[in-house]
Ligand binder design. Structure first.
Ligand code: UD1
Length: 430
């Protein structure tokens, strides 16, 4: 079983380049099957979730050509099934984007219902409400969402809660509906805007993505395109926290600084130096950091996907910090692991109370999910001694070359597959 082993204590110093945004890529890849013409997608991150979605696209009959590690050409003219295999949804929840994409293009889709996941129960009622409002008959039958429409017709849809997935899914279906759809209370995350821009580059007419109201005028068909995915906000934020927690000095390249404002603001409150450039952000950690309070919120609020990385950073800040998780119910599972490294964190309901300590100490810990896994790695890089992180498959779902990028910043970390390799690492780093 693969693990990360690391010896902490080295400040991370240097430059790191962020990959394309995984969550934008998931929506964009699903949307790329909505035309029969060639679609070329660049700056695709080479991570597990993306590779699984590409397999699912091939499985329903589209051709997928990997032109290089980060570029793919998709042609969906020969799709033969509007039904997605259960296996893909089990491996990756975002396969639910096929409902919007297939329903828009073929007016029919059959996709297994995604279950909850490690960060909590994740209903998709708002997605289904949107499809129904567009005139589709949607049933949940045999564990799958079965949606059909004679015609999809534009509608006025108010989302009961801000949902990234529902906004993207409804936007896709509405793109090929008749007339105008208005989505009120949509998600404004950068990846929602990126999917809208991608659809527009295929001939869709979507206005207002990133604002409080999205207006979609349906078009008859979509054409091929070439599109480059935005940089990953969360990967960038993870390296920013890695710089802060190790008291390092890191230039994070290939970012859109505007997308990082909520993260930068909190690091500045803690006493870090954060400098924005056109396409980079530099974070310099200070010997002493201060406590701060954080509440996760939809964009432009503080992202829930950065909550674990920021919580571990606060574990080494002076004073008591309060972190409130308002998006997902079960996102503090890593706290027990952090306690095993000497962190002092108490969880009450959706709130974590963190009392800063002077030092974390290395331990063997388990990654409970993707972002918490990354958080435990950066905690390990700041801890005294060796840390081993198990279940790193979660981390590989969303971070490309994580250990290599960290090594480039001077981190003593390696991916190992056996006790013998772990011993070899220990002998090497001393
Ligand atoms: C996306 C991101 C995920 C991120 C999350 C919040 C992708 C692939 N994943 O997930 O990394 O953590 O946004 O920024 O982009 N909800 C409902 N009913 C619905 C839909 C959502 O109750 O129909 C609730 C969810 O349970 C959750 C909240 O709304 O509490 C936000 O969920 P949502 O924005 O939909 O998250 P995802 O799109 O699944």
């Amino acid at each position: 079983m693969e693990q990360y082993i690391m010896k902490g204590g080295n400040p991370l110093v240097g430059e790191v380049t962020v990959s394309g945004a995984k969550n934008a890529a998931l929506g964009i890849l699903a949307a790329s099957i909505m035309t029969d013409e060639d679609v070329l997608i660049e700056n695709l991150p080479d991570v597990r979730d993306i590779n699984v979605l590409l397999e699912a696209i091939e499985e329903i009959g589209a051709s997928v050509k990997r032109l290089d590690r980060h570029t793919v050409q998709i042609n969906a003219a020969k799709i033969h099934a509007v039904s997605v295999d259960d296996e893909y949804i089990r491996r990756i929840r975002a396969s639910y984007y096929f409902i919007g994409a297939l329903l828009g293009k073929y007016k029919s889709a059959q996709v297994p219902l995604p279950g909850g996941c490690n960060i909590g129960s994740r209903p998709i009622d708002q997605h289904l409400k949107g499809f129904r409002a567009l005139g589709a008959r949607v049933e949940v039958s045999g564990g799958a969402v079965v949606a059909h429409a004679i015609d999809l017709v534009g509608s006025h849809i108010y989302l009961d809660m801000v949902s990234v997935g529902a906004t993207i899914n409804i936007m896709m279906a509405a793109t090929l509906a008749e007339g105008e759809t208005i989505i009120e209370n949509p998600a404004k995350e950068p990846h929602v805007v990126d999917v809208a821009n991608f659809l527009n580059s295929m001939g869709a007419n979507i206005k207002g993505a990133g604002t409080d109201v999205i207006r979609i005028r349906g078009v008859k068909h979509l054409h091929g395109t070439e599109y480059s995915i935005i940089p990953d906000q969360i990967e960038a934020g993870t390296f920013m926290c890695a710089a802060a927690i190790t008291r390092g000095d890191v230039m994070v390249q290939n970012v859109i600084p505007k997308h990082l404002e909520a993260i930068s603001a909190k690091l500045i409150e803690m006493g870090c130096e954060v400098t924005e450039f056109d396409e980079a952000v530099r974070v310099v950690g200070r010997p002493k950091h201060w406590h701060t309070d954080i509440k996760t919120l939809p964009y432009p609020g503080f992202p829930t996907d950065m909550q674990p990385q920021m919580t571990v950073t606060l574990a080494l800040a002076e004073g008591t910090s309060v972190v409130t998780e308002s998006i997902f119910e079960n996102r503090f599972k890593y706290v027990d692991e952090l306690s095993r490294m000497g962190g002092r964190v108490k969880v009450e309901g959706n709130t974590a109370i963190i009392t800063g300590v002077k030092q974390l100490t290395g331990a063997q810990v388990n990654a409970p999910d993707l972002r918490a896994g990354a958080a435990l790695v950066i905690a390990g890089l700041a801890a005294e001694g060796y840390t081993v992180v198990d279940e790193i498959g979660y981390i590989q779902r969303g971070y490309e070359n994580f250990e290599k990028k960290l090594q480039g910043l001077g981190a003593m970390i390696e991916k190992v597959d056996s006790e013998k390799e772990a011993q070899k690492f220990k002998l090497k780093v001393g």
